[in-house]
Design a protein around this ligand. Structure first.
Ligand SMILES: [Zn+2]
Length: 236
């Protein structure tokens, strides 16, 4: 990957002759239980993307995202869908002006409002910008089945077995013990003023079953999938 934050203007220009593809990583500042860093989503996606062996541009990550059921927990710093739409639109439009034509908006956070904002903006941009290819996705949407199979927990999700395993693999010093198995008990279909009442620990799954090995497999699965997608979009 061509890591944009490390290259110069002249290097950017040189690489542009070979590729018109840019990847924008999206994360969150969001609670991930009592044991994982607030940066978990950003860390996973940016580190996985850096492992992809393709010569396309990799932009610095957007560290803030749209959180819903975790927005009241300590440490979550939330932005609204409108902010995310404006920001991602500006990023794509301006890189289009710099000559880029293929855009991948890849999110380490799979929240429904967050993903909807990225998908909505992609649908608008494909109408507005001539000759572009664009995709907005989270690896958790595309690889739900594969990643679930790696987990011993039946219903694993936020800050659970797989996410904890991936942080163990990528940055084990940032894992502070293991939170207990927990699942949110939010009474559906109601919107809540305070979600923490129904989800104290902010964990969905069983972090106790996490391991370095499962994390390594999960990251490899994500890296392989993203490599295939980049290969597809970067075709001349
Ligand atoms: Zn997460």
């Amino acid at each position: 990957m061509i890591i944009i934050e490390n290259i110069t203007m002249s290097e950017f220009k040189k690489h542009l002759h070979r590729t018109k593809t840019i990847v924008f990583p999206f994360g969150t500042v969001e609670e991930h239980g009592s044991h994982l860093p607030l940066n978990t989503d950003t860390l996973i996606i940016y580190e996985a993307l850096k492992m992809v062996k393709k010569k396309v541009f990799l932009a610095p990550p957007v560290h803030y995202g749209v959180c819903t059921t975790t927005k009241h927990h300590p440490g979550t710093i939330n932005i609204t869908p409108g902010t995310l739409r404006s920001l991602s639109r500006d990023m794509v439009v301006d890189s289009y002006k710099k000559g880029l034509r293929n855009f991948l908006l890849i999110s380490g956070h799979g929240g429904s409002q967050h993903m909807a904002a990225l998908k909505e903006i992609s649908e608008e941009l494909i109408e507005e910008l001539k000759g572009i290819r664009i995709a907005a996705f989270s690896p958790y949407d595309l690889l739900w089945k594969e990643l679930s199979e790696l987990a011993d927990t039946e219903n694993d999700s936020h800050a659970g077995e797989i996410e904890t395993s991936m942080i163990l693999y990528l940055a084990k010093d940032l894992v502070k013990g293991r939170a207990k198995e927990e699942y949110p008990k939010i009474p559906k279909p109601f919107v809540q003023k305070d979600y923490t009442k129904y989800w104290k620990g902010g964990v969905w799954g069983d972090p106790q079953k996490a391991s370095f090995k499962k994390g390594e497999k999960a990251i490899k699965t994500i890296v392989d999938k993203i490599s295939d997608i980049i290969k597809e979009i970067d075709k001349k």
